[in-house]
Design a protein around this ligand. Structure first.
Ligand code: PNS
Length: 159
């Protein structure tokens, strides 16, 4: 059975993330979406809320499960035995930082491969930080986030 990990902060989940998760779900038998977080950093949305929103957005994808993990990605892959990490790349800037991360992770967990999926047209500009900025300035992020979680995102921001 082929398995992969799609890691990220998902703070919050965006349409760009969903593009990558859907494509990973078509390529692998089982996809684990990992909300990787630094326990020392608060982030914007609480981790359980990020997991809940991903669960809603991925409800139609039967081979996708969501987990939260507060530690090194390479430790998670060692613990789970997952041998492939899938990351989306939006452009050359992403490619540079993602290549560095892939090399570090492959050194910490030898044999671990990182597969890059290029963002499809329309998703190159979408990022969670951009969504947070739209919210901060009172804008409407509806075009950039899954419709299933828009209400949660707006309610989370109101708090
Ligand atoms: O959605 P993001 O913020 O681009 O995701 C980045 C993430 C969470 C995948 C990355 O920061 C990560 O893997 N964090 C866990 C700690 C780790 O293993 N870092 C890489 C080695 S220094």
């Amino acid at each position: 059975m082929s398995r992969c990990l799609v890691p990220g902060s998902f703070d919050p989940v965006t349409n760009g993330h969903m593009d990558i998760i859907r494509r990973a779900a078509a390529l692998f038998d089982e996809v684990t979406v990992g909300v990787l977080h630094n326990p020392e950093k608060a982030g914007y949305f609480p981790v359980p809320k990020r997991v809940e929103m991903l669960e809603k957005a991925c409800a139609g994808l039967k081979n996708v499960r969501i987990i939260a993990y507060g530690g090194l990605l390479a430790r998670l892959t060692r613990e789970t035995g997952i041998r492939v990490v899938v990351r989306g790349v939006r452009g050359v800037q992403d490619l540079e930082s993602e290549t560095a991360m892939a090399r570090i992770n492959g050194t910490l967990d030898p044999g671990l491969e990182t597969v890059f999926l290029p963002a499809f047209p329309g998703f190159e500009q979408v990022s969670a930080s951009m969504v947070r900025q739209i919210l901060l300035f009172g804008g409407d992020p509806a075009a950039f986030v899954p419709p299933e979680v828009l209400e949660d995102i707006m309610a989370g921001f109101a708090k």
